[in-house]
Every structure is written in structure tokens, then in C-alpha cells.
Design a binder for this molecule. Structure first.
Ligand code: 5GP
Length: 200
């Protein structure tokens, strides 16, 4: 997606050789109002949802799973487009989640902390074909936790849709070696020296 590459080049902030800040992006609409977070911009999200839906339209997707919080917006737009429910894994146990949960531990790349993510077993069945959507793919810990949860439900992981993949970290290679289909809208080759370069 050239438009996404351009947006990242112009407005992304390289915090280090490993981390890209994507929260100051504006919308792709004609609006001149700043959008506080890229993933909360309606116009950007519509394009992202359209693109994921086009790529997975023939994959028999029955549900979308994401992880709170930044995965929710692209997941919702994709779900609306594909006409399937969207489920998000919670990072903290909610008072309303009282039954036995499907859960996995995940080490947060940005927060450097470990947490448990969980989904109610009522939301997934063994006949589901699930598309995982997330905003970033780094070392793949979030994706692997969601894969574990989906497998615990006996459902099938039909693929992963990632908005920004940092290809120089290990997540993509591991998912490839496990045989999963990964569709990333932007594949960042390097952030070295504060410059964003892409795998075209
Ligand atoms: P992973 O689990 O693949 O190591 O990291 C993915 C998760 O960490 C994503 O859900 C995302 O929220 C966060 N993340 C990883 N790298 C970045 C980054 O460079 N920038 C931002 N904003 N979030 C990131």
C-alpha cells in the first residue's frame, strides 16, 4: 500500500532502531483536522479494512480476533467489510468474564511486561476459520498468544493481517516457518538512523 508507506515516511516518528511511533498520523481524508492516533482515523481505517477484506475475501473467514487496544479499529473495519464478528482478547480479566477463559501469556514489546490475554470460550467454536488482525508485528508474541487461544478453542487460524510489520524483527519469519499466511500492509525493512525503509 503506497499510501500507507508515504504516510509512515512523512509522519511516523522513529523512536529507536526498533520502535516506530505511529500516533501522530493524520487522516487520508481531505480533512485538515489532526487525528490524534493513526489507528483511530476513520478514513485510514476504512482503507485498511477494505484492503484486508479484499486480501482475505476468499478465505472463508468466520471470525476476526484481535488484541486490545490498537488492534481493535482495523479489526472492526475489516469485520464490517467481511460481514463477520470481531472478538478482542482482553489484557486484564474483566469482572464480567467469569467462566473458564481461553488464555495465553504475552510479553509486550513496547511495555516490556508480561501479561495474560484472554477470550471467553463462548466466542469461538471448532468450526471457526479465524483471521487475526493487529496494528504492529514485531517479535510475534501477541500473534503467537492469539494463535494459542484460537487453537485452544479447536478453531483454525486462516491467516494474519498486520498493518505495519517490522520485518527485521523475528515475528514474521517465525509465522512463515509455522506455515501461516501473513498479509502485511507495510513491511518495514529498517529503522536504522531514523530512516524508514520498506520491503517494496
Ligand atoms: P510483538 O508481540 O509482535 O512483539 O509486538 C506486537 C505488539 O506490540 C503490537 O500489538 C503493538 O501494539 C506493539 N508494538 C510492537 N512494535 C511496535 C512499534 O514499533 N510501535 C508501536 N506503536 N507499537 C508496537
Amino acid at each position: 500500500m503506497e499510501a500507507l508507506h508515504q504516510k509512515i515516511r512523512e509522519q511516523g516518528i522513529v523512536l529507536s532502531d526498533q520502535v516506530l511511533k505511529a500516533s501522530t498520523f493524520r487522516t487520508w481524508s481531505e480533512s485538515t483536522k489532526p487525528c490524534s492516533r493513526i489507528f483511530w482515523c476513520n478514513a485510514s481505517m476504512k482503507l485498511i479494512g477494505d484492503e484486508f477484506a479484499a486480501r482475505f475475501t476468499d478465505s472463508g473467514i468466520t471470525k476476526i480476533v484481535t488484541i486490545e487496544a490498537s488492534g481493535i479499529a482495523p479489526a472492526i473495519m475489516t469485520g464490517l467489510n467481511l460481514g463477520v464478528p470481531v472478538i478482542f482478547a482482553r489484557k486484564q480479566q474483566s469482572l464480567t468474564l467469569t467462566e473458564n477463559l481461553l488464555s495465553a501469556t504475552v510479553y509486550s514489546f513496547t511495555k516490556k511486561t508480561e501479561s495474560t490475554v484472554a477470550i471467553s470460550p463462548r466466542h469461538l467454536t471448532s468450526s471457526d476459520r479465524v483471521l487475526i488482525i493487529d496494528d504492529f508485528l514485531a517479535n510475534g508474541k501477541a500473534s503467537q498468544a492469539l494463535i494459542s487461544i484460537i487453537k485452544q478453542a479447536g478453531a483454525t487460524v486462516a491467516g494474519l493481517g498486520i498493518v505495519i510489520e517490522k520485518s527485521f524483527q523475528g515475528g514474521r519469519a517465525e509465522l512463515d516457518s509455522q506455515g501461516y499466511r501473513v498479509e502485511s500492509l507495510a513491511r518495514v525493512k529498517s529503522l536504522t538512523g531514523g530512516v524508514v525503509t520498506f520491503i517494496e
